[in-house]
Design a protein around this ligand. Structure first.
Ligand SMILES: NC(=O)c1ccc[n+]([C@@H]2O[C@H](COP(=O)([O-])OP(=O)(O)OC[C@H]3O[C@@H](n4cnc5c(N)ncnc54)[C@H](O)[C@@H]3O)[C@@H](O)[C@H]2O)c1
Length: 283
């Protein structure tokens, strides 16, 4: 398989914008695709502002920053979505993801590498019915993608080892630490971290402590962010979705029961930083 030169990132939300920035800064010709033009405008502004900050901090030169920005095509036009590697970061819904991958396969063919940034949907289930299953795998970035070092590269039952090697080498080109893992509920980090979120929410539900106290205590204990501030950054819909998927995939153990406190927030549309309100208020 030829070296990856172009990357298509699908979804210009929290993750997609960050991955597109990373891709462009790493020298890949980058396309950022979203159905929603407003999300693309937001992503374009956000990437512009982040690159400016990197310039000011001396992380990249003015020339490199403008070259990176010039490397990105922002588009709502699916017919322009052709690349050597596709990283999908759209809504966490298996049917919608599969539908997009099928359309992209028709446009791109069998040489392209197809990767999903899903937090929790099984890679094997996404590959089911996909025309090029050996070209398909997971590439799971963490939030914020330009900063967090880890990338989980998830090998589905049908992913070829050549494709896994390509994803690991792209992650390295992006200066990330790539960890290979098998397709298991929550992969590695999201599985281990479930209790960090869930226990904190159970304790608040039972009024053992407040949200602010829980965050302050965990931060004083050495965590970079407390569980509630982190859930607001991730997006409560995303985090709640992961909890549900991991819980169901493991046959609904009581210890992993999703939180009603979080469910209520999601149903009210209070999804965290991205909507201006979650466990905290950002407006
Ligand atoms: N938020 C996190 O911390 C985080 C971390 C790692 C992985 N993920 C995963 O990344 C993916 C995206 O999460 P996010 O937090 O960026 O979501 P988000 O809600 O911020 O953004 C999703 C974007 O996808 C777009 N979209 C929806 N359907 C589309 C379609 N059919 N075609 C093109 N664009 C479409 C939406 O318009 C939106 O801009 C999910 O699979 C999630 O599980 C999220």
């Amino acid at each position: 398989m030829a070296k990856i030169q172009s990357i298509l990132v699908c979804g210009a939300g929290t993750m997609g914008a960050g991955i597109a920035q990373l891709s462009a800064v790493s020298g890949y010709k980058t396309i950022l695709f979203d159905l929603n033009a407003d999300m693309l405008t937001r992503a374009e502004e956000q990437i512009g502002a982040q690159l400016k900050k990197m310039e000011e901090k001396g992380i990249i030169s003015v020339e490199a920053s403008s070259a990176a920005f010039g490397n990105i095509l922002f588009t709502t036009d699916l017919s322009l979505c052709k690349a050597d590697l596709i990283i999908e970061a759209i809504v966490e819904n298996a049917a919608i993801k599969k539908d997009l991958f099928n359309k992209l396969a028709t446009l791109n063919g069998r040489e392209t590498v197809y990767a999903s940034n899903t937090s929790s949907i099984s890679i094997n289930s996404l590959a089911e019915g996909f025309i090029y299953p050996s070209q398909f795998a997971g590439m799971h970035f963490f939030n914020p993608a330009p900063i967090m070092k880890l990338v989980e590269v998830i090998q589905g039952e049908q992913s070829s080892s050549a494709v896994i090697d390509i994803l690991v080498s792209v992650a390295k080109e992006m200066k990330k630490t790539a960890v290979r893992c098998n397709d298991a509920p929550g992969f590695i980090v999201n599985r281990v971290a479930r209790h960090f979120y869930l226990e904190a929410m159970y304790m608040v539900e039972k009024e053992y402590l407040t949200i602010a106290e829980a965050d302050a205590i965990m931060e004083a204990a050495g965590f970079k962010m407390g569980p509630f501030a982190l859930m607001d950054l991730i997006g409560l819909d995303i985090n709640y979705g992961v909890s549900n998927i991991v819980w169901e995939a493991l046959q609904k153990p009581k210890r992993l029961t999703p939180s009603t406190l979080q469910k209520e927030k999601v149903e009210a549309g209070d999804l965290g930083k991205k909507t201006g309100k979650g466990f905290y208020n950002y407006l």
